[in-house]
Design a protein around this ligand. Structure first.
Ligand SMILES: Cc1cc2nc3c(=O)[nH]c(=O)nc-3n(C[C@H](O)[C@H](O)[C@H](O)COP(=O)(O)O)c2cc1C
Length: 437
């Protein structure tokens, strides 16, 4: 049986995804603020024939983070536009919020990237978890989870209508008759929904892919519902093999219920990797990163990801009693409260020291051969179509992946040996949406 080809995204993060990465790499700490850092990673990923590079977006950051982690959250589309100019094939996925953008404007920006890159754009659809974003955008309140997802459905719907507002053949370029584009081939959205009103056409013709590839990483039922309806590439996925098979099976079933072909929903979960020539060398590197982890960051981050303000807490005191009785703000908050109830005298520092960060569960540590085996085992079990590779340090782990893991997968006939197409849809073997007309 020949398996379907694997697909990989390279997740770009300053100095690497591990919180201690910036302390172990040799590069100038300010390098992550310049284009060469991103260009080097993009070219490395393209040398390895990976499907995409992927940029996250965080539109509000809590101030405590600046002490512990490099902060380089540029506008992803600006960075990807620059990277389009220094690469020729690799896909360019950027994150964009449905809660804090206007759909027509976002449709225009991603379609611009699709044009300028010759059909390599992808949009990672997020609803934005942090409530801090509201104040940055002049909003009185951050919409709740259900409301954010209700808006997201309508938002994506109207974005795709904007992308279809020109038929593919609308640009005729008829010089003798003086007709640049055929007005009869325009289809203004004239959309009036519950949340959005979008009237007019985009200010340029349909982009090479018709629609940039739609990407999503929801974990909740509502998040998976949005993915089932729209996403062509999904980043989320649980850490155990068994749970990951179930996740992909359920997602495919929900996509089928939404009238879509399940094989057109690719699942590439995030996987942090630390590689070494020997397993012991890899373990030693991973241990060094862990040893440098900041206890200060740990308790602040647990509070923040639980929806609480770290500045309002004393780390050397137990969790305030009123928090134990109030309804939990999130599943992370519930976890913290449960730990505090079990050990009422433990300080916040003690309670959180045992809590692993979410990414910890996804951390692969080993040799290139072991990683290649891991990837193939997971694909053969039906858990994944590939992975979103998060180097614990960058560019080191990515170049090791490209130079030592990719060739092993190629030798087994499981990964491409050249790009056979030019657009991201072609790399992923996804159909091009037909559009209007
Ligand atoms: C690999 C990965 C990358 C993500 N990138 C972003 C991001 O850049 N910006 C963001 O606001 N959320 C990001 N998220 C969060 C998701 O969009 C989503 O909000 C989160 O997984 C919670 O899902 P839920 O809202 O369905 O509970 C990411 C999640 C994953 C797994």
């Amino acid at each position: 049986m020949s398996a379907r080809p694997l697909h990989f995204n390279a997740f770009i993060w300053p100095n690497g995804y591990h919180e201690s990465a910036w302390r172990v790499v040799d590069d100038d700490v300010r390098g992550v603020l310049g284009l060469p850092y991103y260009a080097d990673i993009a070219r490395t990923a393209e040398r390895g024939l990976l499907d995409t590079i992927f940029l996250a977006d965080n539109i509000a950051i809590p101030e405590y983070r600046v002490a512990h982690l490099p902060q380089t959250q540029f506008d992803p589309i600006s960075v990807l536009s620059a990277l389009a100019a220094v690469t020729s094939h690799i896909g360019l996925i950027g994150t964009g919020s449905t809660t804090y953008n206007k759909p027509w404007e976002l449709a225009r920006r991603f379609a611009t990237l699709d044009h300028l890159s010759g059909g390599r754009a992808g949009w990672n659809i997020v609803t934005t978890v942090t409530s801090l974003a509201a104040a940055n955008f002049g909003e009185a309140a951050h919409p709740d989870h259900a409301d954010r997802y209700a808006r997201a459905h309508e938002f994506v719907d109207v974005v795709t209508r904007a992308w279809d507002s020109w038929e593919d053949g609308a640009l005729v370029g008829d010089r003798p008759d003086g007709v640049w584009a055929d007005r009869a081939k325009l289809h203004a959205p004239r959309f009036h929904g519950e949340f959005y009103d979008v009237e007019g056409i985009l200010p340029f013709p349909r982009s090479p892919q018709g629609w940039p590839v739609l990407v999503q990483a929801g974990q909740s039922s509502a998040g998976i519902g949005l993915a089932a309806r729209f996403a062509e590439l999904v980043f989320s996925g649980p850490p155990s093999l068994e749970a990951a098979v179930k996740f992909r099976t359920d997602l495919h079933a929900r996509a089928a219920e939404a009238g879509r072909a399940p094989e057109q929903v690719l699942v590439l979960p995030a996987l942090m990797i630390t590689l070494g020539d020997t397993e012991a060398a890899a373990q030693e590197k991973a241990q060094r990163l862990e040893d440098l982890s900041s206890e200060e960051f740990r308790w602040q981050n647990v509070l923040y990801t639980a929806g609480l303000d770290p500045d309002a807490f004393d780390p050397d005191a137990p969790l305030p009693a009123e928090l134990l009785d109030a309804p939990a703000a999130s599943s992370r908050a519930a976890q913290l409260v449960e730990a505090a109830r079990a050990e009422p005298t433990a300080t916040l520092r003690e309670l959180t020291s045992a809590m692993k960060s979410g990414a910890g569960q996804y951390h692969f540590v080993g040799t290139p051969e072991q990683l290649a085996d891991h990837i193939l085992t997971w694909q053969d079990a039906g858990a994944v179509d590939g992975f979103t590779i998060m180097g614990s340090t960058l560019p080191y782990e990515l170049s090791t992946f490209v130079d030592h893991v990719v060739p092993l997968l190629q030798a087994k006939g499981r990964f491409r040996t050249e790009y056979t197409g030019s657009t991201l849809r072609e790399h992923l073997d996804l159909p091009r949406p037909a559009g209007r007309g």
